[in-house]
Write a protein that binds this ligand. Structure first.
Ligand SMILES: *[C@@H]1O[C@H](CO)[C@@H](O)[C@H](O)[C@H]1NC(C)=O
Ligand SMILES: *[C@@H]1O[C@H](CO)[C@@H](O)[C@H](O)[C@H]1NC(C)=O
Length: 487
C-alpha cells in the first residue's frame, strides 16, 4: 500500500504531507470563499455597493456602500446608511459609527457630506470633493440616518413619528447594527466604536448601553465587539449644559453682568421646567446669539436663508409663546443652513438618489431634508441626563472620550467640563495643551475612565471647523494613544 502510494506520489513522506496540507488549505479557502460569496450577507452587500456618485472625484478610489436596512418589519421601518471602507488596509481597521443629532438631522448631510466623510458636497452642489482629513483614514466609517423620518430613513407607519424619544432611537439603531452586521459579516468581530456630536451626546451613550446589555445574552448573533465611544460638544446633562450655556455667554462678553446676575437669581436649572422669569432672562442670551453664530461665536455669521429651525426660534421669540419657546431653546438643533444648503441640493437630485439606492420606489414622502423640523417639534425629550450611563460604561471598561470645540456657545465647553467633573473620577494626567503644526491645538485632561479634549477655536462642528485637528483627535482615540504633548 505504502509502496503504491509512493509510486503514485513519488516524494518523501513529509512532502506528501505538505502537499496534502496545501490541497486541504486550498479546498478550505474555496469553501470559505464560496460560503462568503453565496451567503445572503455578501450578495446583499454587493447590491449596496456604490460604484460612483454623480460629480464624484475620480481619485482616490473609494470603496463605498449605501442602502436601507429594515429595523422593524411589523411597522415597516428602515434606516438608511452610507458606509466607507478605510482607505488602506480596511481588514485591519476598526469599525466606527457616526451619528448626528438634532434631533432630526442627517448624518449623511452633515457628518458625511459636510464634516468628516471622504466625499463632501462641493460649492453649488456641483459634485463631491475628496476630503483628505476624512475619518476613514483610520477606520471603516459608517454613517447612519437616525431615527426614522430623518433623511432617507422612513417608516410605513406614520404614527411612529409621534412616538420618537431616546429609547425608541436607541432600540432602532441597535436593531440596525445587528442587521447591518448580517449584511457585512466581515465586520462582526471587528473592534467597534460609536461617535457623534450635539444631540448625539444622548444617542451615543444610550446606544452603547443597549449594545452592552445585548452582549450579556452571550449569543453570537447579538454580540458586538464594542470598545468605546467618543462624542463632540455633546448634550449630556440638562442642568450642567444650561448652567454652562449661561456662564459661557457671560464670560465671552455676549451678555452683561446684570443679565447674568438675573439668570443666577431666577433660573433653577435643576428643575426640568424653567419658570417664566427664567425663560425671559435666558431669552436675552438667545436674542444676542441670533445676531452671531451661536455654534461658532467668533466666525462670521452665515447670511444665506435661515434654516427652518432658526426661523422657528425667531418665531417663538417674536410671539413669546412660552411653551414653544421653552421647548425650542432646549432642543436647538446645532446646525446651520450655511453648512448644508449644498448638501440639500445635491441629495435631492434624481441621479444622485438612484446611484445612492436611496429613494427606490419613491418611499420618501417629500424632499430629502438635511434636518427635519417636524421631528425636532415632536421629539419627546424625556431623558434629562446621560451621566449615569457614562458611569456604567466607564465601569464596564469602555474607552470614553468627550471633545469640545471651545468656541461653541450652544453646548459650550464649560458645561461639558462640569459634566465630566460630576463623574467624580480621579485625575490621571493634568489639564495640558496638545499640539499640531507647532501650535496649541487645544487642551486635554485624562481621568481614570474618561478623557476630555478641547479643540481651540473650533465651534460646534469640530471636523468642519478644524479638520486636521479633528483627524488627529480621532486617530489618537482609535489607537488608544495620548494626544501629541510636544511641539
Ligand atoms: C414600506 O412599504 C413599501 C410599499 O409597500 C414596501 O415596498 C417597503 O418594503 C416597506 N418597507 C419596509 C421596511 O417594510
Ligand atoms: C414621553 O416619554 C416618556 C418616557 O418614555 C413618557 O412617560 C411620556 O408619556 C411621553 N410623553 C409624551 C407626550 O408622549
Amino acid at each position: 500500500m505504502a509502496a503504491a502510494a509512493r509510486w503514485l506520489l513519488p516524494q518523501p513522506p513529509h512532502m506528501q504531507q505538505k502537499q496534502q496540507q496545501i490541497i486541504l488549505a486550498l479546498l478550505l479557502l474555496l469553501a470559505s470563499q464560496c460560503l462568503h460569496c453565496c451567503s445572503a450577507g455578501y450578495s446583499e452587500q454587493e447590491a449596496d455597493r456604490v460604484a460612483f456618485l454623480p460629480g464624484q472625484t475620480r481619485t482616490p478610489r473609494l470603496s463605498q456602500f449605501s442602502g436601507h436596512v429594515t429595523v422593524n418589519k411589523q411597522n415597516g421601518r428602515a434606516l438608511f446608511y452610507w458606509f466607507f471602507e478605510a482607505q488602506a488596509q480596511p481588514s485591519h481597521k476598526p469599525l466606527l459609527l457616526w451619528l448626528n443629532g438634532g434631533p432630526g438631522c442627517s448624518s449623511v448631510g452633515y457628518g458625511a457630506a459636510s464634516e468628516l466623510g471622504p466625499l463632501r458636497v462641493s460649492r453649488f452642489a456641483a459634485g463631491l470633493e475628496f476630503n483628505k482629513f476624512a475619518w476613514n483614514n483610520e477606520a471603516n466609517l459608517l454613517f447612519l440616518e437616525s431615527p426614522v423620518g430623518v433623511g432617507f430613513s422612513y417608516t410605513n407607519t406614520s404614527s411612529d413619528l409621534d412616538n420618537l424619544n431616546d429609547g425608541f432611537v436607541a432600540e432602532d439603531a441597535y436593531s440596525f447594527l445587528l442587521n447591518w452586521l448580517e449584511r457585512f459579516p466581515q465586520y462582526k468581530d471587528r473592534d467597534f466604536y460609536i461617535s457623534g456630536e450635539s444631540y448625539a451626546g444622548h444617542y451615543v451613550p444610550q446606544l452603547a448601553d443597549r449594545v452592552y446589555e445585548g452582549n450579556k445574552d452571550k449569543k453570537a448573533s447579538t454580540s458586538i465587539n464594542l470598545k468605546g465611544i467618543i462624542v463632540g460638544n455633546p448634550i449630556t446633562d440638562d442642568y450642567y449644559d444650561s448652567k454652562g450655556l449661561a456662564e459661557y455667554a457671560w464670560s465671552h462678553a455676549v451678555v452683561s453682568d446684570e443679565v447674568y446676575e438675573r439668570i443666577k437669581k431666577v433660573c433653577d436649572f435643576r428643575a426640568s421646567k424653567w419658570t417664566n422669569d427664567c425663560d425671559k432672562a435666558m431669552g436675552t442670551i438667545f436674542r444676542q446669539y441670533q445676531e452671531i453664530d451661536i455654534y461658532n461665536i467668533y466666525a462670521p455669521k452665515c447670511n444665506v436663508a435661515q434654516t427652518s429651525v432658526a426661523s422657528a426660534v425667531d418665531e417663538a421669540l417674536k410671539y413669546s409663546n412660552h411653551e414653544r419657546f421653552r421647548k425650542r431653546i432646549r432642543m436647538f438643533s446645532g446646525y446651520d443652513a450655511c453648512y448644508s444648503s449644498y448638501a440639500q441640493q445635491y441629495f435631492n437630485k434624481a441621479d444622485v438618489q438612484r446611484a445612492f439606492h436611496a429613494n427606490g420606489n419613491g418611499m420618501l414622502p417629500g424632499k430629502w431634508q438635511v434636518c427635519s423640523d417636524s421631528i425636532l417639534r415632536t421629539y419627546n425629550f424625556s431623558v434629562l441626563s446621560v451621566l449615569p450611563i457614562y458611569s456604567k460604561l466607564i465601569k464596564a471598561g469602555l474607552r470614553v472620550w468627550i471633545y469640545s470645540g471651545d468656541a461653541d456657545g450652544r453646548v459650550p465647553v464649560i458645561g461639558s467640563r462640569y459634566c465630566v467633573e460630576a463623574l467624580g473620577l480621579p485625575i490621571k494626567t493634568q489639564w495640558q495643551p496638545w499640539y499640531l503644526n507647532k501650535q496649541v491645538a487645544g487642551r486635554f485632561v485624562e481621568y481614570d475612565g474618561i478623557t476630555m479634549v478641547t479643540i481651540r477655536g473650533a465651534g460646534h462642528l469640530v471636523p468642519l471647523n478644524k479638520p486636521a485637528e479633528g483627524l488627529t483627535l480621532i486617530d489618537s482615540f482609535l489607537l488608544g494613544k495620548q494626544l501629541p504633548t510636544h511641539l
